[in-house]
Design a binder for this molecule. Structure first.
Ligand code: DGL
Length: 276
């Protein structure tokens, strides 16, 4: 894609299976405050993390097609389940730079680990794809990877059960087997997990470094935009538009918890009819 002044003024498209990707939007807004954003959350069809690769890819193509119709200059696949199952397919289907959350998370996990024992947690679709494991093997072949899907973390984050004793117990139940393997680094491979970061840190202890892929993806996006000369030049008229396929119950509370501020400019759209 040619980069010119007009292209760099366009928005960044970000999509996720639902509200979770707002944790990625939050980091992008911090790292790139002058970029405009168009977010699509497929709240009508969430979760993706329990679905097959074929279904996740079909949904992801529709989600990205919707963003392309909005004329975005780049796409961030905020969803780990999509990034791990469908990124290559998306990259070969669309003519804008597309980044996912796996590579930024892995690159930083490999930089942080000292004992080369890395834990990865995510949805079943993410863990079963082995995308994290494969990427870690490529970047730090001597590392040993211990993976675990933690499906209950998604509803806990959405319910806002962050300070509760029961959440602490559930988190410990899931993570004990990784701790028994002596991991020193843990990749939070799901959009929802940064919401539970404090309780996860409390359970794993200070000796385990938590890799928040949302933060590292924002840094990777900044680098990509600079490299491709796509960073927005103006600092005025920054716009954030939010599209959802459904307004879920309690959305304003959940959305605010994930984004860290109230969400304005929400529209409901049906992306199932989008044709690539
Ligand atoms: N956004 C998903 C992910 O990061 C979590 C929710 C879902 O299962 O769709 O994998």
């Amino acid at each position: 894609m040619r980069s010119n002044q007009e292209t760099s003024e366009k928005s960044i498209g970000i999509f996720d299976s639902g509200v979770g990707g707002l944790t990625v939007v939050k980091e992008i807004m911090k790292v790139l405050p002058h970029e405009s954003i168009i977010y699509f959350g497929d709240t009508a069809r969430v979760p993706y993390g329990t679905k097959s690769k074929e279904t996740i890819t079909r949904f992801a193509i529709q989600d990205a097609t919707f963003l392309m119709e909005k004329n975005v200059k780049a796409i961030v696949v905020a969803c780990n389940s999509v990034s791990s199952n469908s990124l290559d397919n998306l990259k070969s289907s669309f003519d804008v730079p597309i980044i996912g959350v796996i590579k930024p998370g892995v690159d930083n996990a490999c930089l942080k680990t000292i004992n080369r024992k890395i834990g990865v947690i995510g949805t079943a679709a993410t863990i079963e794809s082995n995308a994290y494991k494969k990427r870690i093997r490529k970047i730090c072949p001597d590392a040993i990877v211990y993976s675990k899907s933690c499906p209950l973390f998604v509803p806990l984050a959405e319910e806002g059960w962050i300070e509760k004793e029961s959440t602490f117990l559930i988190v410990r139940d899931y993570l004990q087997e990784l701790l028994d393997k002596d991991i020193d680094t843990l990749v939070l491979g799901c959009t929802h997990y940064p919401i539970l970061k404090h309780v996860i840190q409390e359970v794993v202890g200070k000796g385990v470094f938590l890799v928040d892929s949302a933060f590292y993806t924002a840094l990777a996006l900044k680098e990509l935009l600079e490299e491709m000369n796509l960073s927005r030049k103006s600092t005025m008229n920054v716009e954030s538009l939010f599209y959802l396929s459904d307004i879920p119950r309690k959305f304003s509370d959940i959305g605010e918890r994930f984004l860290g501020k109230k969400i304005k400019n929400i529209s409901v759209v049906d992306v199932t009819q989008t044709k690539k």
